[in-house]
Design a protein around this ligand. Structure first.
Ligand SMILES: *Cc1c(COP(=O)(O)O)cnc(C)c1O
Length: 428
């Protein structure tokens, strides 16, 4: 068997909240005077989302409407064995991957987008505002808002907007409004453009703009695609499905690998298994792979920092390389956020997981090999995980270990072809 599928009714009924197993050890958000506070968060997030952000309940029920949309839009996602990749590597390992690329928007992002749009709509909001880097989150939120019949404003990092022109088309097709950031829509964007008209933008700046718009509009909430606890929570459908699939496949993973930008696909994929490690029932190795252009978890400091560049958000304790960070303009691989999920950061600090980095050339090379063997062109982000899975399999070839390696295929790369083209032309 090379493919493990679950029927629709196997979509989880509850999300798993890892905060319940962390003994209140997660440092609280602070304001700039160092006092505990959630600041303006209640002005920009729905009540249910905020409640989930700080909840200590182990399981949180997925609303019926959200679960139904999960089913209609392709969940549960299949688990595949990468048999031809194993053969190409001539490794004694088994390699599996979970297919979040099968979502209609091409990535795992819809898992949280649907939930956030649902809660916004339920509380009478008419618009969600957000940022996007490579474009996957903006795409997913536009679709989710369209499904809930609310409006969506997406601020897309300027360099990425220019590199990926079809993102605008897709977001517009889903009825979303999209602006290259910095934009003239917000005071902050205008200020940056006055000083530097050709500014290439950053996720931190795009977040500042989206938050500013939400703060100035009573009928709008802001929505974040990663980093915060409630986003990690929504993504756990990935790992919860995977538990059932491992039972059917009769496997126990030795290594689980996912890429990390803000940490959401990694969290969704691993948290239901890190739960077992916290309980002392597992010695699975968990590896988070980030871009060497933005190595927050691997080389950053574990300290309080802002989530955005303007300093509108509360301070979060996380691994960070600084909220003023700007990714280089030739960066094509996504994963460009300056900080990391506070939960993933804490788990790293407590040594439940490790992290490593990969560079652009390596990841496109790994993505091409994977496409040649398995037929799927992976998102550059996902190729970070593929690169490390391949390294592990090669290592096992040396040692003769027959480990079971599982990685998360967080998305496909069919709208990231400029990056691939530059790789093929040796112009990265
Ligand atoms: C957004 C995205 C990522 C990185 O974000 P995380 O929150 O760390 O998961 C990774 N892969 C794909 C395909 C994405 O769209």
């Amino acid at each position: 068997m090379y493919k493990y599928e679950l029927s629709s009714e196997k979509v989880p009924k509850k999300w798993y909240n890892i905060l319940s197993d962390l003994n209140n050890e997660l440092p609280a958000p602070k304001n700039s005077e160092g006092k505990d506070q959630v600041g303006m968060l209640p002005k920009i997030f729905s009540k249910e989302v905020l409640e989930q952000e700080f909840s200590a309940d182990r399981y949180i029920t997925i609303p019926k409407e959200v679960r139904e949309l999960y089913m209609r839009l392709g969940r549960p996602s299949p688990l595949h064995r990468a048999k031809r990749l194993e053969e190409a590597l001539n490794t004694p390992c088994k390699i599996f991957y979970k297919r979040e690329d099968k979502s209609p928007t091409g990535s795992h992002k819809l898992n949280s987008a649907i939930a956030q749009a649902y809660y916004g709509k339920k509380e009478g909001i008419e618009r969600l505002t957000t940022e996007t880097g490579a474009g996957q989150w903006g795409t997913a939120l536009s679709l989710a808002c369209s499904l809930m019949d609310i409006d969506c404003s997406v601020y897309m990092v300027r360099t990425s907007y220019d590199q990926k022109p079809f993102r605008k088309t897709v977001i517009n097709l889903y009825n979303g409004d999209i602006y290259p950031s910095p934009s003239t829509n917000t005071e902050y964007g205008r200020k940056i453009l006055t000083d530097e008209p050709d500014h290439i933008g950053s996720l931190g700046i795009a977040i500042s703009e989206a938050v500013e718009q939400a703060l100035n509009d009573d009928k709008a909430y802001y929505s974040l695609g990663s980093v915060l606890n409630h986003v990690m929570l929504h993504q756990t459908v990935i790992g919860l499905e995977l538990k059932k699939q491992f039972e059917i496949a009769e496997i126990e993973p030795d290594v689980m690998i996912a890429c990390v930008g803000g940490g959401s696909n990694f969290s969704g994929f691993t948290f239901p298994f890190i739960k077992d490690k916290i309980a002392g029932n597992s010695d699975c190795e968990f590896i988070a792979v980030e871009s060497d252009a933005c190595p927050s978890l691997t080389e950053g400091k574990y300290e309080y920092d802002f989530g955005d560049t303007q300093g509108l958000t509360p301070l979060l304790k996380m691994f960070t390389i600084g909220s003023s960070y700007i990714a280089p303009s030739n960066h094509a691989g996504g994963l460009r956020y300056h900080g990391m999920s506070p939960i993933v950061s804490l788990l790293k600090e407590k040594e439940y997981l490790t992290s490593t980095t990969a560079n652009q050339k390596e990841i496109f090379e790994a993505g091409k090999l994977f496409a040649n063997c398995e037929g799927i062109i992976p998102a550059p982000e996902s190729s970070h995980a593929i690169k490390v899975a391949i390294d592990k399999a090669k290592e096992c070839k040396q040692t003769g270990e027959d480990k079971t390696i599982v990685f998360n295929l967080s998305g496909h790369g069919l709208l990231d072809l400029v990056g691939y083209e530059n790789y093929l032309d040796d112009e990265l």
